[in-house]
Write a protein that binds this ligand. Structure first.
Ligand SMILES: [Fe+2]
Length: 284
């Protein structure tokens, strides 16, 4: 079967057909990597993956890092986080529900953030259960020159959490950590305008989610600027929301995107495996 690449929307995203993730060769991986860098989200449908094969695929991009929420790691491999909303026969959750239901980018609360995140879809309810993505490379490129000059070189202060929702019990807050997990979280620094480590192209970076301040700026002024950039960078024309199906593998570029998980009705089962791969080093 020939390999074909089809754009999914004007904003971002491409579908690759003709590649089997479980038996991928180097040329197949090079295709996926190139399409990811250009389109920022890649979808490969009809895949069949065991945990070991999914982790082996992830390792081609770099070093996976298990999520701080360790109670939902897959038993076969802690690099896989189970995202799921059903409960088991005792009423206990089998996975993390409502993870990241606000615009953010993965691991921006860590010194070395995520290069990319990938999902393998197992159980998907009807439409509107996909991730919402926003193209931060295009959002940066479209800014007026005066704004680019104002923000280039600024450094943001990041911490685990959602700047907009301090109530950690809210479904749209960052997933709640226990005391031990909280102790592992520190303040970290990232550029507000980030050069992509592989393509060199600039993007707005993490203007929503973990960014709480800007160095050298009063917090009120910093938050007002971040909020203004967030409103710009999440406008409809930068946004695309794929509809997932069981068997989909979806990979996204965390340097150049914001994304938000869907708020799914708890009565509609949705289960995916997730692996997050780290960048090679810190952003500064
Ligand atoms: Fe996320």
């Amino acid at each position: 079967m020939p390999v074909t690449v089809t754009s999914l929307s004007a904003a971002l995203g491409a579908e690759i057909a003709g590649l089997d993730v479980a038996t991928l060769d180097d040329a197949g991986f090079a295709t996926i990597e190139a399409v990811l860098h250009e389109h920022l989200v890649v979808r490969l449908s009809g895949q069949s993956l065991e945990p070991a094969a999914f982790v082996a695929f992830a390792r081609r991009f770099g070093r996976p890092e298990p999520h701080v929420i360790d109670q939902f790691h897959h038993r076969a491999d802690p690099n896989i986080l189970i995202l799921s909303n059903p409960t088991d026969e005792r009423g206990e959750p089998v996975g993390l529900a409502d993870g990241g239901t606000y615009f953010h980018t993965d691991y921006s609360y860590l010194d070395v953030p995520a290069r990319c995140t990938m999902l393998f879809a197992l159980e998907i309810p009807g439409a509107e259960a996909g991730t919402t993505f926003a193209n931060q490379r295009q959002a940066y490129e479209d800014l007026p020159g005066a704004m680019k000059a104002r923000i280039d070189g600024l450094v943001c202060r990041h911490h685990y959490g959602n700047r907009d929702v301090p109530d950690e019990d809210s479904r749209v807050a960052a997933s709640k950590l226990d005391a031990t997990q909280k102790e592992r979280m520190n303040w970290v620094r990232h550029p507000l305008v980030r050069r992509h480590p592989h393509t060199g192209r600039k993007s707005l970076y993490a203007v929503s989610g973990s960014s709480y301040g800007i160095e050298g700026m009063h917090d009120a002024e910093a938050v007002a600027l971040l909020d203004e950039l967030k409103a710009h960078a999440t406008a409809e024309h930068y946004v695309y929301r794929p509809v997932y199906a069981p068997g989909d593998v979806v990979i996204w570029d965390n340097c150049a995107l914001l994304h938000a998980a869907p708020l799914v009705d708890p009565a509609s089962p949705r289960t995916l495996w997730r692996i997050t791969v780290k960048d090679a080093g810190p952003t500064l």
